[in-house]
Design a protein. Structure first.
Length: 217
């Protein structure tokens, strides 16, 4: 596929859902991709990227930003509390706020800096034991906790269970966001971003369909 084709499909999904063209942010997920593929997408003019690992992102993006100018960076992987400081200085958004200890750390860093990345709370909609995220039954209380710390929560994020239909998970996440007055919905990946847009996604996170398959070798 590639960036142009995904862009076309995204515009079509927006139109089909009655959403304005360009209203969904396309996050190009560049984790573990060879640098030349990332550069190729930058050269096509794309400026919104997602990364899963703080260390990998910190090793790559300062140089790329120096070369290509302003790039909006989204942290979409699990965030260890001891990497929160580096993450806050590197990323424009963090999609994986999932526990009080991390929220506290982010609140402290935000206070020191007088600014905070845009934040999303990750929800474990499939209630999978191995997966990060707040359980659906705990979302409302966790949001109250975050708001009590003055954290700017923009919305919710989910990764539906593999091999399952994503649609009910997207609908559930949209319901949780709506009842908590949150506008942001980070959901949808290479295989299901069109369904996510239909369900109200504001941010889709697309990796392999833009860059090609990841190799972890
Ligand atoms: C890797 C990753 C993606 C991108 O996955 P693709 O299937 O390659 O599009 C999206 N979201 C998260 C949280 C990821 O870890």
């Amino acid at each position: 596929m590639g960036l142009a084709e995904i862009g076309t499909k995204l515009r079509a999904a927006e139109a089909a859902a009655g959403r304005a063209a360009g209203s969904v942010t396309l996050i190009a997920v560049s984790k573990v991709q060879p640098l030349e593929r990332v550069v190729a997408v930058l050269e096509q003019g794309h400026r919104v990227f997602g990364e899963n690992y703080v260390q990998e992102a910190a090793g790559k993006w300062p140089d790329l930003r120096a070369q290509f100018g302003k790039v909006e960076l989204h942290m979409i992987g699990p965030l260890q509390t001891n990497k929160a400081k580096v993450a806050v200085d590197l990323f424009d958004a963090i999609h994986t706020v999932d526990r009080p200890s991390l929220a506290e750390k982010l609140a402290r860093l935000a206070q020191e800096r007088g600014r905070c990345p845009q934040l999303f709370v990750q929800v474990n909609t499939g209630e999978e034991p191995q997966k990060a995220g707040v359980l659906p039954a705990e979302v409302d209380a966790f949001l109250v906790t975050c708001r009590g710390m003055d954290l700017p929560i923009a919305g919710l994020m989910c990764i539906p269970p593999e091999g399952e239909d994503s649609t009910p998970h997207f609908a559930a996440l949209a319901g949780m966001a709506a009842r908590n007055g949150l506008a942001g919905l980070s959901m949808g990946m290479s295989g299901d971003f069109e369904a996510a847009v239909a369900a109200g996604a504001t941010h889709v996170r697309v990796g392999s369909a833009i860059f090609g398959a990841r190799s972890y070798a």
